[in-house]
Design a binder for this molecule. Structure first.
Ligand SMILES: O=C(O)C(=O)C[C@]1(C(=O)O)C=C[C@@H](O)C=C1
Length: 366
C-alpha cells in the first residue's frame, strides 16, 4: 500500500508569518496561577504561537502526579482569554477529546504512549470523526516508523487534515546522555514519505535535561523542522512533573533568540551555481560508490561458489576482524568518522553473508 495523507498546510490553521511554529508551556497544568502566569510570560516573548499544557498525564507508575484533569480546563480558558494564544493539550481517550473540545482547546496531540497502541489510536480517530481540529501525533515510544505512520493513517481516516508530527525521540534501552534518543533518521524517513506533513521537534522529551535543549532544538532547525514544542514553567525546579527538562519563559526566550533558523534554499544565483557544480560531482562519486559495491559483491559471489564446492563456511571471524580493523584505520587516515566506516562495513559484511548463503544453498552449475 502506497502511503498517502491529505494534509492541510500549517499556515491554514495557525499563523506564524513564515517562522517556525513555537509551542511552549508547562509539562503539566498544576494550579491556575502557575498556568496563567507561565502563559502570560510566554506570550510576552512575542515569539510563541501556542501554549501547551498536560492535564492528563500517562505516568509510568501509579502514585505519580497524573494531571489535574477536567479541573484544569477552565484555567486554560482563562489563560487563552488573557494571552489570546491558542492552547494545545494531550488527549488519550474519547472522553479527553470530548472535554478538551467542550472547553475550547484548539490543538490536540496524541502522546508517545498512545501512538504505540493501534486500538487506542483507532478509538481516538473514531471520536474525532466530523470534528475539525488540528491533531499532532508524537512518535511512538519505540523506534517503529510503521506504527507512527499507522497513527497518521488512522487519524487522517477520520477526516482530520490539520495534521502534524511531533518528534520526541525514542526509548531504545541503549545508554545515552539523552532521555530519549533522537534517531533523526526516523523523522527524515517520515519527511521523505510525507513531504507535506509538518514536523515539530520536541527537544524537552529528547533531552530530559535543560542543558541539552539548545543543541537538540538547533539540530531540529538544521533539519528544516516546521517548529518546536518546548516545556516551560515559571519555577521549573518546583515543577510537579519533568522538573529537570523545563526552563523558565525567560530562559526559553533566550534560547529562541540564539537559534539559527536556516532556509531550505537560497535565491542567490552564485550560491545555486556552486551547489549545482558540487552536486554533479557528488552524483559521479555516488555512481562509482555503487559500482564498487557491485564489483565487491560479484567477487563475493565467485568466492561463495568455491566455498560451496569445498564445503567451507561463509563467516570467517579472523578475516572479518582484519577487514574491519584495516578499513577503520584507512578511514581514520582519510579523516572519516571511524563509526561511519564500521557501520557501513557491518552492512556490507551482512550482505556478503546473505549473498553467500544464497549461492551456497543453490545447486552448482554443471
Ligand atoms: O573472506 C571470506 O571468506 C569472505 O567470505 C568474504 C567476507 C567479505 O565480504 O569480505 C565475508 C564474510 C566473512 O566473514 C569475511 C569476509
Amino acid at each position: 500500500m502506497k502511503p498517502d495523507l491529505a494534509v492541510a498546510p500549517l499556515n491554514s490553521w495557525i499563523q506564524t508569518n513564515g517562522k517556525p511554529l513555537i509551542i511552549a508551556g508547562p509539562c503539566s497544568a498544576e494550579t491556575e496561577e502557575q498556568l496563567c502566569e507561565t502563559a502570560r510570560q510566554l506570550a510576552a516573548l512575542g515569539s510563541v504561537h501556542a501554549i501547551r499544557a498536560g492535564i492528563w498525564k500517562p505516568r509510568t507508575r501509579p502514585g505519580s502526579f497524573e494531571g489535574m484533569g477536567e479541573a484544569a480546563l477552565p484555567w486554560i480558558q482563562r489563560a487563552k482569554a488573557e494571552t489570546g494564544l491558542p492552547f494545545a493539550v494531550e488527549v488519550a481517550t474519547p472522553q479527553h477529546i470530548e472535554l478538551a473540545l467542550k472547553y475550547g482547546v484548539d490543538i490536540l496531540w496524541v502522546g508517545a504512549r498512545t501512538t504505540v497502541n493501534p486500538f487506542n489510536v483507532q478509538e481516538i480517530a473514531d471520536a474525532l470523526k466530523g470534528v475539525d481540529v488540528p491533531v499532532l501525533i508524537k512518535n511512538p515510544v519505540n523506534p517503529d516508523l510503521a506504527l507512527w505512520v499507522g497513527a497518521f493513517e488512522r487519524i487522517a481516516g477520520a477526516g482530520i487534515t490539520k495534521l502534524g508530527a511531533i518528534h520526541r525521540g525514542f526509548s531504545t534501552g541503549e545508554a545515552s546522555k539523552y532521555r530519549n534518543i533522537p534517531m533523526w533518521q526516523m523523522a527524515i524517513e517520515l519527511r521523505t514519505m510525507f513531504p507535506q506533513l509538518p514536523i515539530i521537534g520536541d527537544p524537552s522529551h529528547m533531552a530530559g535535561k535543560r542543558a541539552y535543549l539548545n543543541e537538540l532544538a538547533q539540530m531540529a532547525m538544521d533539519l528544516n523542522y516546521d517548529g518546536l514544542i518546548v516545556e516551560s514553567h515559571i519555577d521549573p525546579d518546583k515543577a510537579w512533573s519533568d522538573a529537570a527538562q523545563q526552563l523558565t519563559p525567560a530562559a526559553f526566550g533566550e534560547m529562541l533568540d540564539h537559534l539559527q533558523i536556516r532556509q531550505l534554499e537560497s535565491p542567490d544565483r552564485e550560491f545555486q551555481g556552486a551547489m549545482e557544480q558540487i552536486r554533479v560531482k557528488i552524483d559521479s562519486v555516488d555512481r562509482q560508490l555503487v559500482e564498487m559495491l557491485a564489483a565487491r559483491m560479484s567477487l563475493v559471489e565467485k568466492m561463495a561458489e568455491y566455498k560451496r564446492d569445498n564445503n567451507v563456511s561463509m563467516f570467517q571471524p579472523d578475516r572479518w576482524k582484519e577487514i574491519l580493523e584495516t578499513r577503520k584505520q584507512l578511514g581514520l587516515k582519510l579523516n572519516l568518522y571511524p563509526e561511519l566506516v564500521e557501520e557501513i562495513y557491518k552492512i556490507i559484511h551482512m550482505e556478503s553473508i546473505r549473498k553467500q548463503t544464497e549461492v551456497m544453498n543453490s545447486a552448482p552449475v554443471v
